[in-house]
Design a protein around this ligand. Structure first.
Ligand SMILES: NC(=O)c1ccc[n+]([C@@H]2O[C@H](COP(=O)([O-])OP(=O)(O)OC[C@H]3O[C@@H](n4cnc5c(N)ncnc54)[C@H](O)[C@@H]3O)[C@@H](O)[C@H]2O)c1
Length: 368
């Protein structure tokens, strides 16, 4: 059993408990220490709820990293974005492997520094791009890799949410508040919050490398300064093209992440809200709905599926699959596929390129 500490995820936090539950589902790691909040009383409240020893609850992440360095196997950083960089750095400097949530850091210089630090110290550094943990996303990746849709021509990815279709940040809503504050979110609201998932998924699933983009970011809700909606035109190394649309002001939508990839022999479509199905559209044949289960899943996707077909697994299990790969790598030393700090760095570069393009009236920006 691995031992881990958590930074962030205190009382009322959104995603910290999801990480803890996902890790518990796998049964590979036990939470032993935490700095769940900047307020020690809140950290103590969460620690007591989770049954942790009081002497392993810390006032600051730096203290946690310094005192737990030799005793834990890894740390999970699930704070608001502005605290990712200093906290991941403190952990790495104390030789602690880290899993951090997205978007990885505010700047690519920070992300590059963390990736370098992890490499120099031979530490694992992961970023929880959760949606890569879904079995049907893995299936899509496997099918594309074996040529089921041929040469990719076009990628169409969208991620609309509607929870910020009103000026929620003006009401004292905690999660909306820091996301809409450039000093805390990192200069973008929805691009970093949901657009970052698209950025990771497309190359992960298709194998394509983004070479240049043109982006237009908008604030659709009156009174908001950061982007809550954006469109990105993309070009890839193979010559394929694409378009991404992300939004948190798409009134009435819930969590509509959708990925469509079209090749010269067929197309594939996956929708997060119908996550156990994958639509396969072979050229000149009727479309088929593939179902998560032994009849349809390829061997590379099968290990991501844990419940019988027709019994939905969901988001928690997708998180758990990311953690399983991370923990398997820690336990066995063999490199298992999970989203890394390098992927996080690429994601921050994407955000910077979109911001630059949008500032220049959607001019094309090379990815370098
Ligand atoms: N992978 C995903 O699908 C996914 C989903 C939701 C959120 N996220 C990411 O997770 C992170 C957290 O988001 P959230 O919605 O849970 O935020 P939140 O505001 O609900 O929770 C953040 C927690 O971090 C704590 N915190 C902040 N700074 C800290 C510090 N310096 N030391 C210790 N604790 C600190 C806060 O007290 C709070 O408990 C963000 O980076 C967000 O982008 C990822």
């Amino acid at each position: 059993m691995l031992k881990y500490a958590m930074i962030g995820g205190g009382p009322g936090a959104f995603v910290g408990a999801v990480h803890r539950n996902a890790l518990a589902l796998n049964g590979q790691a036990e939470l032993v220490a935490g700095c769940f909040s900047r307020d020690l009383d809140k950290t103590r409240a969460t620690g007591a709820e989770l049954g942790l020893d009081e002497d392993r609850l810390y006032a600051t992440p730096e203290e946690l990293a310094r005192l737990e360095g030799g005793d834990i196997d890894f740390a999970v950083v699930v704070t608001s974005n502005e605290a990712h960089y200093p906290n991941v750095k403190a952990c790495l400097e104390n030789n602690i492997h880290v899993m951090c949530d997205k978007p990885f850091t505010h700047t690519s210089a920070q992300a590059g520094e963390l990736v370098r630090l992890a490499r120099e110290r031979d530490l694992l550094l992961g970023v929880t791009y959760t949606y890569a943990g879904y079995p049907m996303v893995r299936q899509m990746r496997e099918m594309i890799a074996r040529g089921d849709i041929g040469e990719i021509r076009f990628v169409n990815a969208e991620y609309p949410q509607g929870w910020l279709a009103e000026l929620l940040e003006a009401t004292g809503h905690v999660q909306a508040g820091w996301r809409a504050d450039p000093a805390r979110s990192g200069g973008t609201l929805s691009l970093g919050d949901v657009g970052s998932h698209i950025e990771y998924l497309v190359p992960h699933v298709t194998g394509l490398t983004l070479t240049r983009l043109a982006a237009r970011l908008d604030s659709l809700v009156e009174g908001r300064t950061l982007d809550d909606n954006g469109v990105v035109l993309t070009e890839y190394d193979s010559g394929a093209r694409g378009v991404y649309w992300y939004s948190q002001a798409a009134t009435g939508t819930v969590n509509g992440l959708r990925l469509r990839v079209f090749g010269d022999k067929g197309g594939l479509e996956w929708f997060q809200e119908d996550q156990d199905h994958l639509r396969f559209m072979p050229l000149n044949e009727p479309p088929r709905i593939l179902v998560r289960g032994p009849a349809d899943l390829l061997p590379g996707a099968m290990p991501y599926s844990h419940t019988p077909a027709g019994h939905p697994e969901g988001w928690l299990m997708a998180f758990a699959n990311i953690y399983r790969a991370f923990c398997d790598t820690l336990i066995t030393g063999a490199v298992v596929d999970f989203p890394t700090g390098g992927d996080g760095l690429r994601g921050v570069r994407f955000i910077e390129a979109c911001l630059e393009s949008s500032r220049r009236d959607a001019a094309w920006v090379n990815m370098g």
